[in-house]
Design a protein around this ligand. Sequence first.
Ligand SMILES: Nc1nc2c(c(=O)[nH]1)N[C@H]1C(S)=C(S)[C@@H](COP(=O)(O)OP(=O)(O)OC[C@H]3O[C@@H](n4cnc5c(=O)[nH]c(N)nc54)[C@H](O)[C@@H]3O)O[C@H]1N2
Ligand SMILES: Nc1nc2c(c(=O)[nH]1)N[C@H]1C(S)=C(S)[C@@H](COP(=O)(O)OP(=O)(O)OC[C@H]3O[C@@H](n4cnc5c(=O)[nH]c(N)nc54)[C@H](O)[C@@H]3O)O[C@H]1N2
Ligand code: SF4
Ligand SMILES: [Mo]
Length: 722
Amino acid sequence: MDQIETTASAQDSRYRKVPATCKVCLGTCGTILTLDDNDRIVGIAPDKEHPLTRGYACFKGLQTDLYSRPDRLLHPLKRMPDGSFQQISAEQALDEIAQKLSDLLTSDGPDAIAGYYGTGTMGNVLSAPVLRSWMQAIGSQALFSSMTIDQPAKWVTPERLGAWHAGKHRLPDSDVFLIGGSNPVTSHLLYGGLFANPLAELKAAKERGMKLIVIDPRRSETSHYADIALQPFPGEDTTVVAGLIRIILTERWEDRPFCDDYVQGLDALRAGVDPFTPAYVEKRAGVPADQLHAAARMFAKEARRGAAYTGTGPNMAPHANLAEHLYEVLNVICGRFNRAGDPVINPGVLVPRTALRAEVTAPSRSWETGKKSRVRNVGMLAGEMMSPVLPDEILAPGPGNIRSLFVLASNPASAFPDPPKVIEALKALDLLVVIDPNFSTTARFAHYILPPKLNYEMATIPDYETFRYFQPYSQYSPGPARPPAGSAVLDEHYIFWALAKRLGKQMQFNGASLDMTQAPSVDDMLDIMTRDAQIPLSEVRKYPHGHIFAVAPQCVEPATNDARFAVFPDDVGIELGEVAAESFDEKGRKVEHGTAFTHRLTCRRMRNVMNSVTYLPATRKRHPFNAAFVHPADLAALDVKSGAEIEITSAHGTITGIAMPDDRLKPGTVSMTHGFGGLPEDHTPVHNGGANVATLISLEKNLDNITAMPRLSAIPVNLRKK
Ligand SMILES: Nc1nc2c(c(=O)[nH]1)N[C@H]1C(S)=C(S)[C@@H](COP(=O)(O)OP(=O)(O)OC[C@H]3O[C@@H](n4cnc5c(=O)[nH]c(N)nc54)[C@H](O)[C@@H]3O)O[C@H]1N2
Ligand SMILES: Nc1nc2c(c(=O)[nH]1)N[C@H]1C(S)=C(S)[C@@H](COP(=O)(O)OP(=O)(O)OC[C@H]3O[C@@H](n4cnc5c(=O)[nH]c(N)nc54)[C@H](O)[C@@H]3O)O[C@H]1N2
Ligand code: SF4
Ligand SMILES: [Mo]
């Protein structure tokens, strides 16, 4: 665990200590709040009695300044004609916003009103589902989220390949675990597991003999524990995983009976991966053939249980959907799924019990049939539009353009590529409402800023339990802290309820009609949310530190259909063919825009910073900038010293970074965190604020066909000494 810099030093008897859960990231660490006699947070410490995290917590979660720093926004603000912001009452802000929305509904219809929610919704279990309900109530389909500039391949792949209804093997009962381009030890996020206390989970699995394979151009905090760490050039996951599939099929290590029963297209797959011989993978991706073979053997031959999981690395690099598809094909051909009779690892606590069957959910390709965007003709996924087209959906002339945007717990001005274009779009809106505790880079362009109550200040429960936890854990926190005296911070669900009421719209929530005459409290909403719970919320409330509940065991049920995985549909075949046809030099570098760029800039998260939440004083002190990590040999070749400024140029833009040597990187890689650097107009000094990686990325070129996902990793760049 981090060296804990707890702020809870006060032993004063006026202070009381209350258990709660941190929601700064998805790690769900149990915390102990120290509250003063006004119930203000004066300290946060790890909770040793928490059943999952048992005293583990990190620097981010132990800082009080998110809640109590002097410049936290505490009152609704309205932008005046001269550009200044003026404090107004919440009800006046809601009246004015509702009037504008009502006019837009009449003049342009509901799809002119968009919502975009982001990672700050982790802090409030109600906010994303309430935004969704509100959008439905007003009849707008213009819902966007950070998922579609993060890992939309995780929504495409189950709909293109098919998905196993009972899920894939998970960490606690696996003999092998393969992680492609995720670093959960730092990020506390691996889709399908490794959120709470990830290092302890990983170590426990290793102690009982599980083997770990990691594919990452960087020797990360996670690959430190790998039995085999493959270090390819960035953006070469398609090559590497096609190579693994080829070895498995050639050696006949696949699960034959499973493939016979559940797979279609195996011969086409075999032919499609044929060019990806071990020698080719070595030459192109820089992974030695014997290591590739050893990884294939460890995964497919020497283990019976255990699956491949991926993160932002391959999902943000070029060919993201293809890479995700191939990683999942590894699981399919090896049959790494829960079968009829297998125990379900976590049946859930506050969620209803749902049957899990040993069958394929057939491919559905919903993006091909639903509403299409006016720009780039991309479709919808999981009921959402694709965020990379949001700026153009605002800017492209009407009819049908987006004229109003609600930015909920997100920060597109810093999170999207191409800041000048995003700013132009935000400025073009008739109504921009930002719900954020910070005067963020996006909030600057808002017509109204509505500051929310934060975690610890309202009741809460864990969400996505079955996906996130390996045990039936739950916890209710009453939200014991109070926001600063005199503040007018709002419950996020109230904002949307109050607007629906003013517009005369009826909201539904978890299948129930909300009472539109009297505002529901957070607890009312949680009661509705958990009305089909396996353990009633009233029971969960009895365990303030959280609890592992004795829910009735559940087993996977037999199939009720005969659907099959489509392992090699035509569009996958075409794209893999295109990859095989790409030319490259001896460092795996493709020639682009007539230039062979010397390096690839990759994404990475910092342990102590959450995306663009770089503004907290304690964080800023520790991390005044985002370093540009480069292999020492590359720095020596450029004659750049550690800590010196370095110019990084892509086909789209140029930034200045601060060079830091890191010999854990594959040479040819620049590893850099996003979210820093402010906006171009700020001219942020690089030593005090960092550099904005988004400047290097285009929102118009190199977009994915299905999702319009730009490439946020493996970006070709050149480096120059400044
Ligand atoms: N170049 C590059 N770009 C990237 C990425 C990358 O790796 N490289 N990563 C991408 C990824 S994975 C993501 S998810 C997106 C993130 O995209 P966004 O979600 O749009 O951006 P964040 O920076 O996470 O902004 C979160 C905002 O929520 C606010 N916030 C925090 N807590 C709360 C709360 O409780 N309530 C409310 N209302 N607000 C709160 C914060 O102040 C902050 O302004 O960025 C993407 N952009
Ligand atoms: N501390 C902290 N935690 C966070 C966040 C944060 O900002 N800070 N952000 C949260 C969010 S929004 C998200 S989406 C998750 C993301 O969680 P993760 O997906 O685990 O993200 P990272 O920790 O950046 O790990 C990505 C890894 O991919 C590697 N990589 C980069 N390019 C490639 C490539 O082309 N191929 C392969 N195979 N690997 C590559 C990087 O070197 C890095 O080690 O983290 C969440 N948790
Ligand atoms: S790991 Fe995540 S949940 Fe745990 S203390 Fe840190 S920020 Fe909070
Ligand atoms: Mo993300």
